[in-house]
Ligand binder design. Structure first.
Ligand code: CP
Length: 297
């Protein structure tokens, strides 16, 4: 059964196939919608892009989406994640998409026999975000080998940084990091931390991160203005980037903090392209999850 808990679940061939399926889905309409299949989106953390693009992908695939709202569900009466998912499975749901604040939440779902698609697990992983980021980079450069990717900002608390660093290294890119020392994490950076000047002047891809205050244990000393001046992608820094270099951000972004307002939609920015790619990637993942299940029954 196809599962997408982390991208480590995929072989290199499967990863390649998903990116290629997503590319095709960007240009062609589906000939065979996955009718009669149903899916539920369980979001235990706020989301705009991931939730909406899964919903759009599900709609475009002709799937039936079971409405599920954590705030109005029996989660409020103490029902566990396992029991919630087991219940949806018993009702006849064919797959579940889950975002949850607990890193590795899916380990508690080992007894579930429908596909679990991870839409983000705390500071753990964000596999579909990484897939759409990889697709965006592939569209731009065609290859990953020797590309200089610099991830800037609150690396320690970022599931996007964690998944992307691992996958990009696997695919042959050089991954470096810049940002406040207290938000660097050796497990992710492997000690590869560079200055903002070096980041801006050497990167082929700059990947910015939001300050993830919701995962901070203590309030830090950074003001928005200080952070922007020290680690933000200002217009002056953007002007020093290499010719052909691009800017990415998983979003939501905070204008005037990690990125200057005019840089959000500048010529180098691929931020909204990433969001568009998200729908195709999620369609490819859902098709894979639901079609494979069909073959096993
Ligand atoms: N990039 C991302 O995961 O955005 P949302 O939190 O809005 O889903």
């Amino acid at each position: 059964m196809f599962q997408l808990r982390t991208l480590d679940d995929l072989t290199a061939t499967e990863l390649d196939q998903l990116l290629s399926d997503a590319s095709s889905l960007l240009v062609k309409k589906d000939s065979e919608p996955l009718k009669q299949k149903s899916v539920a989106n369980l979001f235990f953390e706020p989301s705009t892009r991931t939730k909406s693009s899964f919903e759009m992908a599900e709609h475009q695939l002709g799937l039936h989406v079971l409405p599920f709202d954590v705030e109005h569900s029996s989660v409020q009466k103490g029902e566990t994640l396992y029991d919630t998912v087991k219940t949806l499975e018993a009702i006849g749901c064919d797959a579940v998409v889950i975002r949850h604040p607990e890193k590795g939440y899916y380990k508690s779902l080992e007894g579930i026999s429908i596909p679990i698609i991870n839409a983000g697990d705390g500071a753990g992983d964000h596999p579909t975000q990484s897939l759409l980021d990889l697709l965006t980079i592939q569209q731009e450069f065609l290859f990953f080998q020797h590309l200089n990717v610099v991830i800037i900002g609150d690396v320690r608390h970022s599931r996007v940084a964690r998944t992307n660093a691992r996958m990009l290294r696997k695919l042959g890119a050089r991954v470096s990091f810049a940002g406040p020392p207290e938000w660097m994490d050796d497990d992710i950076t492997c000690g590869n931390v560079i200055s903002m000047d070096e980041a801006v002047e050497t990167a082929d891809v700059i990947m910015l991160l939001r300050i993830q205050v919701e995962r901070h244990e203590e309030k830090g000393d950074w003001t928005k203005e200080n952070y922007h001046e020290t680690y933000g992608l200002t217009e002056e820094r953007e002007a020093r980037m290499k010719s052909g270099a691009i800017i990415m951000h998983p979003a939501p972004f905070n204008r005037g903090v990690e990125i200057a307002d005019p840089v959000v939609e500048c010529e180098r920015s691929r931020i909204f392209k990433q969001i568009t790619n998200g729908v195709a990637v999620r369609k490819a993942v859902l098709k894979r999850a639901l079609s494979l299940k069909e073959e096993t029954v």
